[in-house]
Ligand binder design. Sequence first.
Ligand code: GDP
Length: 193
Amino acid sequence: MIIKQVSLGFVCGITSTLPDTGQPEIAFAGKSNVGKSSLINALMNRKALARTSGQPGKTQTINYYHVNEEMYLVDLPGYGYAKVSESVKEKWGNMIESYLHSSQTLKAVFLLIDIRHDPSANDKTMYDWISYQGYQPVIIATKLDKIKRSQIQKQVKRIREGLDVAEKTPIIPFSAQTKQGRDEIWDLIEEFC
Ligand code: GDP
């Protein structure tokens, strides 16, 4: 994908009505600090358009990034941030669920998992939601540069087993530092759109 233009199209809070964008949407989900903003910035060739987690869990909105005026990358709130109350966590959960329910043009949901860690219960819930809503999940194993090359296959297998991922579900290792995996992710996005 050649990025000609990107902009922040919509920002939705808990009480906002979600927009009907009329264009293909690809959503990104994952726990707070997993590297979601870094991935979205890397996909858009930007250093800092997507928020970075200086204050994880503070700004919780659904952000729609408009790419080449033809599709949206949708940044869902990061979940699992420990320092917020249960009621706030529940609101974020409802917001993500409501988005997955109501988007008319959502094509796929990318779920980010840190390649160093086993998936958490929240990750599993998210994966199951995505599948249950009928979307094709794609797993992105983030922070690839933080492990040795010899560990990659083992970690990918642990993620596959931890989430009980279907054989056809791709797991793409990605590094925001080296940009490894970026082209593969764009190829998939273009296929979905
Ligand atoms: P978010 O909360 O999921 O949006 O996470 P961020 O993109 O803000 O990343 C959280 C932290 O992990 C930041 O300090 C990033 O610099 C770091 N990070 C994100 N992706 C990578 C990566 O691929 N490699 C390395 N080494 N660090 C990363």
